[in-house]
Write a protein that binds this ligand. Sequence first.
Ligand code: SAH
Ligand code: DHB
Ligand code: MG
Length: 225
Amino acid sequence: MFEHKPRPEWVATEEFLSDVVVHPDPALEQAIRSAAEAGMPPIEVAPNAGKLLKLLVQLSGARRILEIGTLAGFSTIWMGRGLPDGGTLVTCEYLPKHAEVAWANIDAAGLGEKVEIRLGPALDTLAALEEEAREPFDFIFIDADKENNSRYLEWAVRLGRSGTTVVLDNTIWEGAVLDPDKDPVNAPGIIDALKLLGEHPGLDATVIQTVGSKGWDGFALARVL
Ligand code: SAH
Ligand code: DHB
Ligand code: MG
């Protein structure tokens, strides 16, 4: 796993913001604990980023969410909290262990009726979702293997509609976007996806840099045209 390098003051500030403003609920806190107990990597979004996802879901009026990369369900639960009655969320995960831990957390959060975990490589699931000819997704969160970021963005355009909100996590990667040698495995996929966001005729995007418990990173926010 690539080493993220949070400064202690970024972590302390994030904890302050989480306590004072964000207020993660007990199911979200349990999701973090369960992941640690299961030996899963602590690579879920930070609480303030999770809350941002929930608010973006609500602000965009999304009823159908697609997530690529479930882990223990932390971001899934945040986004699920933003869904209206009757809303649905499909989340893609290829590790059975992660899906199992996530399902327990999602169910305990009261979201078992709304969320479907699709086990398997996300690219296979995305092709299957297209075959199923579902209604377009209103909100898509991409947060899995960075090598496939550009492919996931292309799928987001295909499985979304004009106005769909797309959020892509991990867009700065400790500055590896300017220095790919820092992480030759993941940096090229992250950089290619940024270039695609800037030139894709079907997307309008911006990118925000962040610091916090996950180090120096960021996310892209895009709208399907
Ligand atoms: N979105 C989560 C974090 C996801 S971490 C959160 O913020 O809480 C990335 C997850 O993607 C891991 O669980 C990993 O197993 C999964 N993953 C990686 N490559 C994948 C692939 N090709 N298909 C499906 N899942 C994948
Ligand atoms: C990693 C993956 C993520 O999606 C993330 O937000 C942070 C770290 C990782 O693989 O190291
Ligand atoms: Mg991420």
